[in-house]
Write a protein that binds this ligand. Structure first.
Ligand code: PLP
Length: 421
């Protein structure tokens, strides 16, 4: 079945009312038929609803549908993209372990991995996403996860997914790929050897900036990589917190099962039924939107490249961009999503342009249907020195745009008048 067809139908069997729209099951708990039924559900002898922190029928459709789009086996919806990343990592790593991460990560992922996980006793080591071979020197027997973004935010680089997963697989290490910006429409990391993907559903999945959420997806057959793997003994040994369950022996996707039974149960960062429902609505037209976002971004990037005031344009769909070949290899039809950035001469020039735009909203978000403009040096990266800004690829004159779904002619006209104001 084609991805667009799955986006409309996967994971939903109409209930007795025959409702075309997936119903919102706005409930905290579910009545058991009798005590035996309750005991069987808790013992996993029968699968079913217990309590919305563990599972919910609306969230279940979101999880199944997203897993289908990504080409995975199972998914766990979470309350935010950040919690999806946290779950994906701490499902494998614990105190004394380390993870190897790309330097080019979303700011929140950088602080989570470098600072917050450190407080949990997990050390993050960093490699340049353009130099996968650096990973070799960073891994050891305590490395549990290699984490990177397929299309990086905000640096807009495209990872060589196959090169990274090849190194990870040679050591039996799990790869976690943040596929938020590319979405399953443009890129499916499992086809290139990745094990787990994570997404901020707050971006293109909802598509209209409506809700915060996240999702973690597990590839098909991951159980075989975990089985008897000395790095992941906790998947192979009885879990004392769940009456001795051995996750690889249950016959269900083990990474998601452990995330649900242990992490969702104990940490509770669950998607609300209403937010899951919003994500389901967004997924119905995700593929159509991604085509438009990509087309608009390419046209805007081409215009910017031809403008004398613009020093540099970062968009992997441009032939001049160093990520072009990876984008052609990893992204369907070479479409590159809606994120681009460009550089003008100075901080003052950049803020003048940002303030002169009329159609773009000055917002720190991406993936909305409405176009967004951001000046990282005066907002998200304000605390960094000039040298630090240059080192992380965010020069003072850099402007980031998340291209929305307005007409590209209007988007170009507004940037043109702002550049020339
Ligand atoms: N991953 C990427 C690539 C992001 O851009 C973001 C947010 O901007 C996140 C994760 C975090 O997602 P959330 O804001 O839903 O927690």
């Amino acid at each position: 079945m084609d991805l667009q067809t799955k986006a409309l139908h996967a994971g939903y069997e109409k209930d007795t009312q025959g409702t075309m729209a997936v119903p919102i099951y706005q409930t905290t708990a579910y009545e058991f038929r009798d005590s035996q039924h309750a005991a069987d559900l808790f013992a996993l002898k029968e699968l079913g609803n217990i309590y919305t922190r563990l599972n919910n029928p609306t969230t279940d459709v979101f999880e199944k549908r997203f897993a289908e789009l990504e080409g995975g086996e199972a998914a766990i919806a979470t309350s935010s993209g950040m919690s999806a990343i946290f779950f994906a990592i701490v499902n494998a790593a614990e105190v004394g372990d380390n993870i190897v991460c790309a330097k080019q990560l979303y700011g929140g992922s950088l602080t989570q991995t470098a600072h917050t996980l450190k407080r949990f006793g997990i050390e993050a080591r960093f490699f340049d996403v353009h130099e996968p071979s650096q990973i070799e020197a960073l891994v050891d027997e305590k490395t549990k996860v290699i984490f990177f973004e397929s299309l990086t935010n905000p640096s807009i680089d495209v990872a060589d997914i196959e090169a990274i997963t090849k190194i990870a697989n040679s050591h039996g290490i799990l790869t976690v790929v943040d596929n938020t910006v590319a979405t399953p429409v443009l890129c499916r990391p499992f086809e290139f050897g990745a094990d787990i993907t994570v997404h901020s559903a707050s971006k293109y999945t909802t598509g209209q900036g409506l809700a915060i959420g996240g999702i973690m997806v597990e590839r098909k057959g991951l159980v075989e990589k975990l089985r008897d793997n000395p790095r992941y003994t906790h998947f192979n040994e009885p879990d004392a917190s769940y009456h001795g369950l051995v996750y690889v022996d249950v016959g269900l996707p083990p990474y998601s099962l452990r995330a649900r039974l242990s992490l969702l149960r104990d940490l509770g960062a669950v998607s609300s039924p209403f937010n899951s429902w919003l994500f389901i609505q967004g997924m119905e037209h995700l593929a159509l939107r991604m085509r438009e976002h990509s087309k608009n971004a390419l046209e805007l990037a081409q215009f910017l490249e031809s403008h004398p005031k613009v020093k540099k344009v970062n968009y992997p769909g441009l032939k001049s961009n160093s990520n072009y070949d990876n984008a052609q290899k990893y992204f369907d039809g070479g479409q590159c999503s809606g994120l681009l950035s460009f550089e003008v001469s100075s901080l003052d020039e950049a803020t003048k342009i940002v303030d002169a735009t009329e159609l773009y909203s000055l917002v720190v978000n991406i993936g909305d249907s409405k176009s967004i403009i951001t000046h990282p040096a005066s907002t998200t990266h304000q605390q960094l020195s000039q040298d630090e800004l240059n080192a992380c690829g965010v020069p003072a004159g850099l402007i980031r745009i998340s291209c929305g779904l307005e007409s590209s002619a209007d988007l170009i006209a507004d940037i043109k008048q702002a550049l020339e104001a």
